[in-house]
Design a protein around this ligand. Sequence first.
Ligand SMILES: *Cc1c(COP(=O)(O)O)cnc(C)c1O
Length: 373
Amino acid sequence: MVSRARSARGGKERSRQASCLTQLVRAQVLAMQAYPVPSAAGLLKLDAMESPAPFSAELKQQWLTRLGEVEINRYPDPQCKSVKRALRAAFKIPAAHAIVLGNGSDELLQMLALLVGGPGRVMLAPTPTFSMYPCISAITASQFVGVPLRADFSLDGEALLAAIRQHQPACVLLAYPNNPSGNCFDEAVIEQILASAPGLVVLDEAYFAFCRRSFLAHLAQFPDLLVLRTLSKSGLAGLRLGMLLCHPDWAAQLEKVRLPYNINSLTQCSVQFYLEHYRAMQRQAEYIVAQRQAVFARLTDQPGLRAYPSEANFILLKLERDAEQVHARLQQHGVLIKNLHRAATPLENCLRVTIGSEAENNRFLQALRRSLQ
Ligand SMILES: *Cc1c(COP(=O)(O)O)cnc(C)c1O
């Protein structure tokens, strides 16, 4: 470092020393792109499955009072005991199952990959699916195997079971409902996977609040099943809290991989506050589900596109024309949704819209009509 700094100060024709970056960073990571988050400045943000509703003014005041009581000079409770108690009660999690908490469920997926992934280990998922699965596989030096879904995004059970036999994955990842397609995979096929997979099976129930279907009850029967949930899609995206429900033996191993204070004091305090108002949050989710049905009906009447039925808080659209152009026009009309278009894939000309408030959804539908003209 010292000699580099000196030569930098010296003569005009200082040549730059070659960096070791391309030797040290694994090719798998060099080939990746950091997770892109487009700016939503000035736009109606319907691209990231966030809840449209912040706390009411009254709740916000109570919440701020509670946050004021947090001793920010102290480390947080590393075991998150009170938070786990509150989560157990709200989500009716039997005492036999352990809870591991993460800074978002993304972090829990990373902890899982650190625990059972690595060179020579396979993470397998039906595709297209949540973009973080291949991403987390790559950063943990695991191999990602994607098994194509059918054209209607349903699970190809035969292909999936054959791929599991062939690749012997350390971990099978199933988003339930799937992102970005919005459908829940066939329960009987998932049960076959649970019965035959040689490794872990993760049921990622990120959209549980809008679907209410769960594999939680299967935990008692399948010790290598893990159920993943998050509070991000139902009002707390900014807080980052994910939870993994699993056999205590798996939790004990995951606790070794977890950084000790990954859930900060403000998050712990806020989640407890949120869960005291869980009924109101559930009503908010019911409102989103009703809005989803209304938006879906209107999209079905809209010529020039196909809307896929969804059990989540978003809807996947396939356009009969250039989706990138429509996506850009929507932005000109002030609405940001997610562009999923990839030529020559099942997501060709696909866009994904998050369900917002009634007024937001109407703005989106109007902007879409104009963008398709
Ligand atoms: C959004 C999403 C997550 C990530 O949630 P965080 O808790 O915010 O990290 C996980 N899985 C799926 C399928 C998602 O769509």
